[in-house]
Write a protein that binds this ligand. Structure first.
Ligand SMILES: Nc1ncnc2c1ncn2[C@@H]1O[C@H](COP(=O)(O)OP(=O)(O)OP(=O)(O)O)[C@@H](O)[C@H]1O
Ligand SMILES: [Mg+2]
Length: 478
């Protein structure tokens, strides 16, 4: 067999056996050869298609492109390679990679074209999918509220989001060339050493530290570091400066509020002290000055009475003496209410007994006082506080409760002095009474609470409609 025949045989067996699609046409585009690869790709049997025009497998949108290439091949007699589309027997469009080779005769004249085509639909689809998933991945990163950087093992930027650009204040171009090691603190650099990266795949680390902006200024951040496959590292920076500012602001406000509250407490303590001193002074004035002067007037009047003979004048003078006596009693009463001297002289329990008798007798309420032994002398300030709270609670019972019975208990238990004032009256809504009091409608129950707090105690008020009211004040004392 001569060399040429051998070559033809070799070629034709190649023609039959290759997986790729081989098609031969003449210069008009008439199909002359169609191998099994072409049958497989386009669905046409070779017998049926030979002699037909190649345009059968060119989709209409690719016709111009095809004609242009053929024109160029004719002119330049060069091989062309393109990635394009073809259409099969079932009208399915295929992505193909095709090489068009000009065929020349022995004299070098162009006689036809052979094309070798490979189906790349799958590859294109894969690329498209890859592109899509990369896009999704990027958009996911872009949407993050935090700054995100995906870097390689040396810290070079691979993917990042706009938030990161905002945080670091680099331009878009600068960030592309940035090495993340320039902005991260040493603690993070230590995690990102090549040794650590290979050892800790898929591990995450969280560090609270400062990140450096382009200007060199720092911002506090919570940093998450996750080591991914292919020695990539994902860094997420959460800027906590705003949160920190807000926390600092809140702390300042709270401090101011506490300071204001302390001022208010001091003021009300002073006010109560001033009120007590004033009351004592007025009480003394009433008792000592006015009371004694009235007593002197009364004695003088009685003396004058003995020396007067006129019956008419005597009767008038007697009336005047009675008037003076009434005023004297009123003055004593007022002085006692303002500041019972019994409290200063004999202490809390006798003073409470006295005020209870005085206040409840007139109101027609059964009052009971129970006390336990108080072996130590109570501090005077505490005695006054307790007395004023009981006085207000009893006044409230008389004014509002319509109770038949009431009781006052005073006892000491575990270094605490307890006062319980209860009644079986109509009761009231404590919360709305408190709100009214804060709104400025009354001072009774708020005053009780305030006084108690000033000596380190507190007041608990319980009340239920138709069941009564119970006021429990507790004071720690040594
Ligand atoms: N023991 C009680 N039984 C029923 N209602 C009461 C009793 N104590 C208080 N209240 C109700 O709670 C309200 C608030 O009491 P608070 O002592 O603060 O004010 P007030 O007695 O009306 O006025 P003031 O400022 O002169 O004390 C009263 O108006 C009354 O409605
Ligand atoms: Mg009251």
């Amino acid at each position: 067999m001569d060399q040429k025949k051998k070559e033809i045989l070799k070629l034709s067996s190649l023609w039959e056996s290759v997986d790729d699609c081989l098609i031969e046409t003449d210069l008009k585009g008439t199909i002359l050869g169609w191998n099994p690869g072409a049958e497989k790709l386009y669905g046409y049997k070779s017998k049926a298609i030979i002699g037909k025009s190649i345009s059968i497998i060119i989709p209409s949108k690719r016709k111009d492109e095809f004609l242009k290439i053929i024109r160029n091949i004719r002119k330049e007699k060069k091989t062309y390679h393109i990635e394009t589309e073809r259409i099969d027997k079932n009208k399915v469009i295929k992505n193909v990679s095709t090489t068009l080779i000009p065929i020349k005769n022995e004299r070098g004249k162009l006689v036809g074209i052979t094309s070798i085509t490979r189906d790349i639909t799958q590859r294109i689809k894969l690329l498209k999918d890859l592109n899509e998933s990369e896009k999704r991945y990027k958009s996911l990163i872009e949407q993050q509220f935090d700054g995100v950087a995906l870097v390689d093992k040396s810290g070079n930027m691979l993917i990042w989001n706009s938030r990161l650009i905002e945080q670091l204040r680099f331009s878009k171009k600068e960030i592309e060339k940035l090495n993340i090691n320039k902005v991260i603190p040493d603690e993070v650099k230590k995690i990102m050493t090549p040794k650590n990266i290979s050892k800790n795949m898929y591990k995450s680390f969280h560090i609270s530290s400062n990140i450096m902006r382009k200007s060199g200024s720092l911002f506090p951040s919570e940093i998450s570091i996750r080591i991914l496959e292919n020695k990539m590292v994902m860094l997420i920076f959460r800027d906590i400066s705003e949160r920190r500012n807000a926390e600092e602001m809140q702390e300042k406000l709270i401090n101011k509020l506490v300071a204001a509250q302390n001022i208010l407490k001091n003021l009300s303590k002073q006010m109560i002290q001033v009120q007590e001193t004033e009351r004592r002074n007025i009480a003394r004035e009433l008792h000592d000055e006015i009371g004694q002067t009235l007593t002197a007037i009364k004695i003088d009047l009685i003396n004058i009475l003995t020396s007067i003979t006129s019956l008419e004048v005597r009767e008038k003078l007697k009336d005047t003496v009675k008037l003076v006596e009434n005023i004297l009693n009123n003055v004593r009463e007022m002085s006692l209410i303002l500041r019972p001297s019994i409290l200063d002289d004999l202490g809390l329990i006798p003073a409470v007994r006295w005020t209870l008798d005085r206040q409840t007798q007139r109101a027609n309420i059964n009052a009971k006082l129970t006390t336990s032994e108080i072996d130590k002398k109570l501090p005077h300030e505490l005695e006054i506080t307790c007395f004023r709270i009981i006085q207000e609670a009893v006044t409230n019972i008389i004014k509002h409760s319509q109770a038949e019975n009431m009781s006052v208990e005073i006892y000491v238990k575990q270094k605490e002095l307890h006062l319980i004032i209860s009644d079986d009256g109509i009761g009231f809504d404590v919360n709305s009474a408190r709100e009214n009091a804060i709104g400025g409608y009354s001072i009774g129950i708020l005053g009780m609470q305030e006084r108690a707090e000033l000596v380190g105690g507190w007041v608990d008020i319980w009340s239920k409609s138709k069941e009564g009211t119970r006021i429990h004040a507790i004071f720690p004392f040594k």
